[in-house]
Design a protein around this ligand. Structure first.
Ligand SMILES: Nc1ncnc2c1ncn2[C@@H]1O[C@H](COP(=O)(O)OP(=O)(O)OP(=O)(O)O)[C@@H](O)[C@H]1O
Length: 690
């Protein structure tokens, strides 16, 4: 259990001198000996080993729980055990904040912390099952990580006075994430049922790039369902049959290829084997049962997944209307191999009354939706959708078509994709609500909790749009809150102990975040206003220009740059206002809201009413939702969070690689060692700051 002697310095603050170079060298020396954890004062740095190491066991958890901090080598267990002791012995809630870029090991770290926190409790199995379920529905393979979470989450584990875990709660938020510069993105906002959060994923509908995958559960279902279930769901075993899952950029539709989109920056990770998906399907369904989902609820979830897969296959073609205008109709479709068009003879038109696309009919039969009505709703333009006065081009990230010239069938494809993504997001929220109900403590009372916050980090890719802006905003805000809390505590301690020190201004991060969200002239404030007033991208840029802020630069004709704490990022403003409005086709929602499948009808409850001119209430724009979610999350952070910084040692996640340049970049862009007051609050004391 003890570290081998002389392998680097377990606590980097003891390095003399502590500089970026010595810090990196120390990490490297330790990494070569499979020592991935290093303290930096109270924080823990974890370098992803990209392979399984014998570092985790229940026995080791018990050892860390039994010994005071710093008696054993640096470990996630040490951080968690310390937090646990504070909860048990001091009755104080704790929060472990895990940061790092995609693939740095945050999800894995959160899992290890959870394992440690619930090792002795009888509800540990349910909490672990919750993690399994959310991973299946919320994670996907990207070019940077084969198990990338597409949502941020705060898992709170509640303890009774004896220190037994008695329940938990998941807040899924900051739920907007772009997967590198790929053909899809995930956007999550909130306006469902109780006003909580909705995962809206464009990934789920738009097809994926080579080497990337859609959400795991979709592949798990196809690989793991037995023949009877597949038959019942009218599904084919092969994932290549489904447009949403194919490893190629799709034609038409909302997430089609954009000529401006950059290719993924990293080497794509290997896709999961079918056998692995099969096993994971068993874990996912077992997790649902462990969390108390009834047989009919499990069935309904699977039916909805099948419905989405099949709806994603529905294609459209132009139709000449009697009045001379050009409309859209559903195209009859046969199972074709990826990239191959169906034979011309097989592409008969589908009329509203006669032969409607078989895939659409089967999909609708699964959930009791009227296929004719859905075909009509998808094929007709959404007259309720506001037109962006100035934005004549689609969103850079999604390639969604909003130009008058764009063809009607690609417009209908975008509508189909939007509907599927809204459905998936609502299903995800429904799952989380149910998981929270299952994890709810069985006896009432106020308790302390350990929160495990898995935040996604600051991102800057070749092409950045609204999603990335909202991700970076979330990262900036959370980091500001954590930094302020950490530095305030440290400096208060120095004052109490009468130490000589040079004060550090912890408002620095906050100033960066304020540019984004404070007041009507902030970037998000301007975006909100433009969305509400029906203005376009040009007006948005003009308003930013008028702001004349040193960290905000408008780059004509349609870009702007923000200097974040982690670095400067250039964003595209093309379609940003329309995208922020995030409007869903009310007519389609109305059709789904009238489904015979109770779960589907519940997910769209109210949509029918609104579609028929009932409640005029519209969901808030994405930026507003994200701001509210981030605010709620920051308010939940306790005053002294414990920090875990995850670092990625190799861009392609290969073991035994230590890419010093990549690590240096992460350290700098995350603003960490040794220039980071966040990670190294005592830099002034050690005199190593720049
Ligand atoms: N401590 C570890 N031991 C072994 N493998 C690890 C460890 N941490 C991470 N990995 C490997 O690296 C991969 C990426 O890690 P993980 O999914 O936790 O990254 P992440 O930071 O959560 O990424 P994202 O933000 O994209 O979700 C994992 O699938 C796992 O294979």
């Amino acid at each position: 259990m003890a570290e081998p002697e002389g392998v680097g310095q377990p606590d980097a603050v003891l390095l003399a001198p502590l500089t970026e170079d010595t810090f990196l060298h120390n990490l490297h020396v330790r990494y070569k000996h499979d020592i991935i954890y290093t303290y930096v004062g109270n924080a823990l740095v974890s370098v992803n080993p990209c392979r399984t190491l014998p570092l985790y066991s229940a026995e080791l958890v018990r050892a860390y729980l039994a010994r005071p901090p710093y008696q054993l080598p640096p470990h996630l267990y040490a951080i968690t055990a310390t937090a646990y002791r504070w909860v048990r012995d001091r009755n104080e809630s704790q929060c472990i904040v895990i940061t790092g870029e995609s693939g740095a090991g945050k999800t894995e770290a959160a899992r290890v912390c959870l394992q440690c926190a619930v090792v002795a409790g009888e509800r540990g199995a349910e909490l672990t099952a919750a993690g399994t379920l959310l991973e299946a529905f919320g994670n996907a393979a990207t070019a940077r990580n084969h198990n990338a979470s597409r949502f941020g989450k705060l898992l709170e584990i509640e303890f009774d006075f004896k220190g037994e875990p008695v329940g938990g709660h998941i807040t899924h938020s900051l739920n907007m994430r772009c997967a590198s510069a790929s053909a899809f993105s995930v956007a999550i906002g909130g306006d469902f049922n109780d006003g909580l959060h909705t995962l809206r994923t464009e990934r789920v509908c738009g097809g994926v790039l080579d080497g990337e995958r859609n959400f795991h559960v979709l592949y798990q279902l196809l690989a793991g369902a037995d023949v009877h279930l597949l038959k019942r769901l009218r599904l084919k075993r092969s994932w290549e049959y489904y447009r949403m899952l194919r490893g190629a950029v799709v034609e038409g539709g909302g997430a089609s290829a954009s000529p401006r989109r950059a290719p993924p920056q990293q080497v794509a990770p290997a896709p999961r084997a079918a056998a692995q998906d099969r096993d994971h399907f068993a874990f996912t369904t077992a997790a649902m049962r462990a969390l108390g989902f009834s047989g009919s609820e499990c069935d309904a979830v699977l039916r909805l997944l099948a419905f989405m897969l099949k709806l994603g296959n529905v294609e459209f073609e132009p139709q000449h209307n009697i009045d001379g205008s050009i409309g859209t109709r559903v195209q009859h479709q046969y199972g074709q191999s990826p990239g191959r068009a169906p034979p011309r003879a097989a592409r008969g038109p589908c009329s509203r009354s006669a032969l409607v696309c078989a895939e659409l009919v089967e999909a609708c039969a699964l959930v009791g939706v009227d296929a004719d009505e859905l075909a009509a709703a998808l094929g007709a333009p959404d007259l309720d959708a506001p037109r962006d006065a100035e934005s004549s081009e689609g969103s850079e990230e999604t390639g969604a078509c909003s130009s008058p010239e764009s063809s009607t069938e690609s417009w209908a494809g975008a509508l189909r994709d939007q509907l599927v993504s809204v459905l998936y997001s609502r299903l995800f929220t429904w799952l989380i609500n149910n998981v929270n109900a299952a994890l709810h403590p069985r006896t009432p009372g106020k308790r302390c909790a350990i929160g495990i916050l898995d935040v996604y980090g600051f991102e800057s890719l070749a092409s950045n749009g609204l999603e990335r802006l909202l991700i970076n905003y979330a990262a900036e805000r959370v980091q500001a809150a954590v930094t302020a809390a950490t530095l305030r505590r440290e400096q208060d301690e120095y004052v109490r102990e009468g130490l000589a020190w040079r004060p550090l201004h912890y408002t620095e991060h906050e100033l960066h975040a304020e540019l984004l969200d404070a007041g009507p002239d902030s970037v998000l404030g301007v975006l909100r206003d433009c969305s509400a007033r029906g203005l376009g991208d040009g007006a948005f840029l003009q308003r930013l220009q008028r702001r004349r802020h040193p960290r905000l630069l408008v780059l004509p004709p349609d870009h702007f740059q923000i200097v974040h704490f982690g670095g400067a990022v250039v964003y595209s403003a093309r379609g940003i206002v329309a995208k922020n409005r995030d409007q869903v086709c009310r007519r389609c929602c109305g059709v789904l809201g009238a489904a015979r499948e109770p779960l589907l009808a519940a997910l769209f409850a109210g949509a029918l009413e609104r579609a028929c001119g009932g409640s005029p209430r519209r969901p808030a724009a994405l930026a507003c939702r994200q701001r509210a979610l981030v605010g709620a999350l920051v308010r939940r952070l306790p005053p002294a969070p414990r920090l875990v910084r995850c670092l990625r040692a190799d861009a392609a996640l290969r073991p035994h690689r230590f890419d010093a340049a990549l690590l240096r970049h992460q350290i700098r862009s995350q603003g960490s060692v040794p220039y980071d007051p966040y990670l190294l609050p005592s830099r002034a004391v050690y005199g190593t700051g720049s």
